[in-house]
Design a protein around this ligand. Structure first.
Ligand code: OOG
Ligand code: MG
Length: 255
């Protein structure tokens, strides 16, 4: 097994067993290409177990997230069907190491989207938009990592919930949003936090996915990135996001 395959296995098993691991790049030798290769290999192991690819997640697309995590380069990860939570349902806390949750907006594509596209071209490929919550759950101890490490760890992706799909005909470039934990507002923000307009995150997803040889497909979901800092989520807590014009999404972490 190559070094990169070995890291992919370690990360995959950490996610499977909800077990935190030590940093894999403490000597700062992994390149970004190595990191995306590890990510691809580790998601390949999930696909080999029967999971299905359903889209892409973008990371560090808002200043709020970059500042919280101390990293400033946009990253992306791969979504599978096993990560999609039942909206309004309960999720087992045993699935996670130390979950955090953040408010996002999701795109559902009606046609493929690849390469250097304009914002209007990206919009034309969108079937629907929905409010979303992402659970990020770094597989590294104390949620501490450098850029190659978080990329290798599929950008901390763990699970996501989606509210009802809405037509993208409304102007969704600056929609107010409130994230609540047990009914208490914990983060307030706007979709404008995502690169000024969340469509720019979709444009970046189209470019980066195509460059990786896995262009965005019809039917795929793209998570545009956390619009506010993430919040820790404890067993028993209920979390929701309410977004202007788009309604809400929520779930409960089982105690
Ligand atoms: C990395 C994942 C970043 C986002 O939306 O910016 C991300 C992390 O914060 O652990 O999902
Ligand atoms: Mg996120």
């Amino acid at each position: 097994m190559s070094k990169l395959e070995n890291y992919a296995q370690v990360l995959d098993e950490a996610a499977l067993g909800s077990q935190a691991i030590a940093p894999i790049d403490s000597d700062n030798t992994l390149s970004l290409d190595d990191a995306y290769r590890i990510q691809s290999l580790s998601i390949g192991r999930r696909l080999a177990r029967g999971e299905r690819r359903v889209g892409v997640k973008m990371g560090f697309t808002s200043r709020a997230k970059m500042a919280q995590m101390g990293l400033s380069d946009m990253i992306w990860g791969r979504l599978t069907d096993a990560m999609l939570l039942e909206e309004g349902g309960e999720v087992d806390s045993g699935r996670f190491v130390h979950p955090r949750v953040e408010p996002e907006i999701a795109f559902l594509l009606k046609q493929p989207l690849a390469g250097n596209v304009s914002a209007p071209e990206a919009l034309a490929a969108v079937e629907a938009i929905a409010p979303a919550l992402e659970i990020i759950d770094s597989r590294y101890c104390d949620f501490k990592f450098n850029l190659p490490e978080v990329i290798a760890d599929n950008a901390s992706s763990s699970a996501f919930a989606l509210g009802a799909w809405h037509t993208p005909q409304c102007d969704f470039g600056n929609l107010g949003l409130v994230m609540r934990i047990d009914g208490r507002p914990v983060q307030v923000g706007s979709t404008a936090a995502l690169l000024g307009h969340p469509l720019r995150s979709l444009v970046a997803a189209a470019r980066l996915s195509a460059a990786a040889g896995e262009p965005l497909q019809a039917g795929w979901i793209v998570l545009a990135g956390g619009a506010t800092p993430a919040e820790w989520l404890k067993p028993g807590q209920h979390v929701s996001v309410q977004m202007q014009q788009l309604g809400s999404a929520g779930f409960q972490l089982r105690a």
